[in-house]
Design a protein around this ligand. Structure first.
Ligand code: 5MM
Length: 343
């Protein structure tokens, strides 16, 4: 492991005004998104869709890295260039999802454990050779009356830490993603407590496994009211609770925190990120985005699987990337959205 390279890659991923595009949906997930718009999901249509993001002119001003799925990192552009090389030429770092999915936790049917550690060292070697510079692993934690259980949290934290050490050994920056889902009727306070407990367990496990904090990024959920909670917290309340929780549980040595959007509407995810960055007080890490749906949704709808919509879809993606870049610097205004409508 070359620690200088790891640290500088981690810092480059959260360079000022830049964030990450998560385009690492598995085939079933992307197919579900395509089905909703009656787009036929084939290897080629999925390649065309991902190529659209890789080739968006000017995207590198706002996007530092793109997380790919195994299928995508092996694909070539219509012109025959590997998509990882297309990204690198644009100035965007190629990344790769390396977990193999969240499976039912034995003995606890409502909870999940993320799998993928078997054979991971060899897969990481291969992905590095295919051009990947960073990786991602997502743990999924559900809130319910009696969950998450301590053993679900500690099993997921342990797996995240084992993955992170292996990544660093192979020269890849690990993005550590413990996602507390927004599904459910829980309050903002409950989300803050659970998120704090999860982050505490994750950083304990990272310490135990010897993960170099300077050479990793954290990808957490924001602290938010459950989707079905009758009292939805305001943007300001979400920002305050999220930053308080992160300050309590994330060491200052971590260079960056890149949020997932978790199913929030695109504009809300941008507004929350902006509000967090506008808060005063200590923020020892860069605070940015690693959004999937919140960056892709408008572009996917605009594209609709049709070549003739490609340019407009790229513009839609470019615009959301620009808004989130502004939010990562605490300089987003809702006037930017009106400007987008008037384009
Ligand atoms: C892009 O979605 C990823 C999950 O895909 P699968 O369910 O098919 O594995 C997901 O890991 C994503 O990277 C993050 O959750 C962030 O995406 P959102 O949409 O929450 O911003």
């Amino acid at each position: 492991m070359n620690v200088q390279d790891l640290d500088s890659t981690a810092r480059a991923l959260v360079a000022e005004g830049k964030g990450i595009l998560a385009a690492d949906e598995t085939v079933p997930t992307l197919t579900k998104r395509f089905d909703a718009l009656k787009i036929v999901s084939t290897e080629d249509s999925r390649r065309d869709y991902r190529e659209m993001f890789c080739t968006t002119p000017g995207a590198a001003a706002f996007i530092s890295g793109m997380i790919m799925y195994d299928e995508t990192i092996r694909q070539k552009s219509a012109g025959g260039t590997p998509l990882a090389d297309v990204l690198t030429k644009q100035g965007i770092l190629p990344g790769i999802k390396v977990d193999t999915g969240a499976k039912t936790l034995a003995g606890s049917p409502d909870e999940k454990i993320t799998e993928g550690l078997d054979g991971l060292r060899e897969r990481l070697k291969e992905y590095r050779a295919l051009g990947a510079r960073f990786a991602k692993w997502r743990a999924v934690i559900r809130i319910g009356e009696t969950i998450p259980s301590p053993r679900c949290v500690s099993a997921n934290a342990h797996a995240l830490a084992r993955y992170a050490t292996l990544c660093q050994e192979q020269g890849l920056v690990p993005i550590v993603e413990p996602e507390v889902l927004m599904d459910g009727a829980h309050t903002l306070e409950r989300c803050e407590n659970v998120t704090g407990f999860v982050l505490h367990s994750v950083f304990h496990a990272l310490f135990e496994q010897g993960v170099r904090l300077e050479g990793m990024l954290l990808k957490p959920n924001m602290v938010i009211s459950g989707k079905d909670c009758p009292k939805q917290a305001s943007v300001q309340e979400v920002a305050t609770a999220t930053l308080r929780c992160l300050r309590r549980h994330v060491p200052a040595a971590v260079p960056g925190i890149v949020f997932l959007s978790g199913g929030q509407p695109s504009v809300t995810a941008t507004a929350h990120l902006d509000a967090i960055n506008r808060l005063g007080g200590p923020k020892p890490w860069a605070i940015s985005f690693s959004y999937g749906r919140a960056l892709q949704d408008v572009a996917l709808e605009t594209w609709h699987g049709k070549k003739e919509n490609l340019k407009a879809a790229q513009q839609a993606f470019h615009y959301r990337a620009k808004c989130n870049s502004a939010a990562a610097a605490g300089r987003y205004t809702d006037g930017m959205e009106r400007e987008a409508v008037g384009r």
